[in-house]
Design a protein around this ligand. Structure first.
Ligand SMILES: [Zn+2]
Length: 310
């Protein structure tokens, strides 16, 4: 009798397991069906495209120009790709090195034509030694007004036999079909921020202004020297959106359609509220790496697409 009861109990347990399995199987099928249908909608297609692109598993972008403003906290690191060539402008802090190397690998960027240091502060060259060590780099570019703070980077560069070139206002560099014109620094400044390289990129009518950490003094010098020629489609906002930068005159001359601020989530004063207000007024679209994560701008036949990973 006991045995019969036990076998009935076992059968009941077996039965309920089977029911649960069938139920879970149906749920899974339903979820897959919903995902499949969603993937065919335009929203779904865009989402998958974004995920693949940002993960790097989808391979390189088809667009001939891509500007990747990496999420490296309160620091700067920008990857510029043009027609199969690539450059890295700044390399974040020391902890960013690994992330940058990984990002390049995931985006199948095996070598860099240039690694450019805007200025020798640790939030701009911190991860550079690791990049020079782990990625094939043709040239290291810097401004002539560089303090002694980058000795370690110099020794890594020499170990890796990477050539160094100093670039000055008036120089221009080719990256695929894009031209990187050096606008500043226009003179030797007493502080490293104002002595940042200022680079204006132009590709088939699309322009981007990269400003490093320049502040009011350098901005006004640039405004005087270049006037409306500073006009750019995209502004990589100076100095992480600090209130010591983004003067009204400078912003009105640049008059960007898009603006992007590279800034950390944990910083109390950056980006400054008044700077965000100004950028909101002057630009059509404003992006921040603290809220948007890595922001990628691709340009193809005058069409600008923007990918964020938040
Ligand atoms: Zn900085």
């Amino acid at each position: 009798m006991k045995n019969k009861q036990e076998s009935l109990n076992k059968e009941a347990v077996f039965e309920s397991r089977q029911i649960r399995k069938r139920f879970l199987g149906r749920c899974l099928l339903l979820a897959l069906a919903v995902l499949l249908v969603f993937s065919f909608t335009s929203l779904g297609r865009d989402l998958w495209k974004q995920l693949f692109f940002l993960s790097g598993f989808g391979g390189k972008t088809d667009a001939p120009l891509a500007i990747h403003v990496l999420d490296v906290g309160k620091a700067d690191a920008v990857v510029i790709e043009c027609e199969g060539h690539a450059a890295l402008l700044d390399a974040g802090t020391a902890v960013s090195g690994e992330m940058i190397v990984d990002y390049l690998k995931r985006n199948r960027i095996d070598s860099l034509d240039y690694v450019i240091a805007s200025h020798p502060d640790k939030d701009h060259i911190g991860g550079m030694a690791q990049v020079l060590t782990e990625v094939k780099v043709d040239q290291f570019l810097r401004s002539p007004y560089f303090s002694e703070k980058y000795e370690e980077l110099q020794s890594v560069r020499q170990e890796q036999s990477i050539g160094e070139t100093t670039i000055v206002s008036g120089d221009s560099i080719s990256l695929g079909g894009a031209t990187l014109s050096v606008l500043g620094p226009l003179k030797e400044y007493s502080d490293t921020n104002n002595a940042s390289l200022v680079i204006w990129l132009e590709y088939q009518g699309f322009s981007t202004l990269f400003c490093g950490d320049i502040e009011e003094e350098a901005e006004l010098d640039l405004a005087e020297a270049y006037g409306t020629a500073l006009s750019s489609d995209l502004l990589k906002v100076p100095h992480h959106g600090s209130k010591t930068s983004c003067t009204d005159l400078f912003l009105s001359l640049v008059s960007p359609r898009y603006a992007v601020v590279s800034v950390g989530r944990d910083n109390h004063n950056l980006p400054a509220e008044q700077v965000l207000k100004k950028l909101d007024l002057v630009s059509e679209e404003l992006y921040q790496t603290d809220t948007d994560g890595t922001v990628v701008f691709t340009i193809q036949e005058n069409e600008v697409k923007i990918f964020t990973n938040q």
